[in-house]
Design a protein around this ligand. Structure first.
Ligand SMILES: [Fe+2]
Ligand SMILES: [Fe+2]
Length: 178
């Protein structure tokens, strides 16, 4: 029977894998666009402001929802359903904190680029590398190790993580429950 909230998805049980795949594709798209800007010979290139603005918006609005989905909805249930996943989930959560630390430096630079202001190329490239050095292996690890664990969640857990995601997207300013 189609999922009530996601008609294209067969079962709530398959939802976490589908949702993670879609989010990781989006995340990769914006990360690769940042890498592209970082390899431009001149950051004053006309394509830089638009790419920087789009990436900044995703990292400010989209990524926190994805991280909350993983840490608050998925990990919370996997820790109960698959207790041996604890060390992996701890490491992924630490990666999230490292990603946030890199973004604290990168986001103001993206904001400046988006507004057409000059940004030192070396500083920008270092900030992009700080992010991608953590983020790219992190996504690979989630694809290889986290996603396969999702099939061990119950139907009820799959439905609960889906409805929590919808709730967060509908009320992004509401404080997230731990
Ligand atoms: Fe993650
Ligand atoms: Fe992820």
């Amino acid at each position: 029977m189609p999922h009530r909230l996601f008609p294209g998805i067969d079962s709530p049980r398959s939802e976490p894998r589908v949702a993670l795949h879609a989010s990781h594709e989006r995340l990769l798209t914006f990360t690769l666009s940042l890498l592209h800007v970082a390899t431009l010979p001149d950051l004053a290139h006309p394509s830089a402001p638009v790419a920087a603005g789009r990436a900044r918006r995703y990292f400010v609005e989209g990524l926190p929802l994805h991280t909350a989905y993983e840490d608050l909805s998925l990990a919370a249930r996997l820790r109960v359903a698959v207790p041996e996943s604890g060390p992996l989930l701890d490491e992924l959560q630490r990666d999230h904190q490292q990603i946030d630390a890199c973004l604290a430096t990168l986001l103001p630079l993206l904001g400046a680029l988006a507004e057409g202001r000059a940004v030192p190329a070396t500083t920008f490239r270092e900030a992009v590398r700080c992010l991608t050095d953590v983020l790219l292996p992190h996504i690979r690890r989630e694809k290889n190790e986290l996603v396969p664990l999702c099939c061990r969640l119950s139907v009820a857990d799959g439905a609960a993580v889906a409805s929590e995601m919808v709730e967060r997207r509908s009320y992004p300013d509401r404080p997230a429950a731990a």
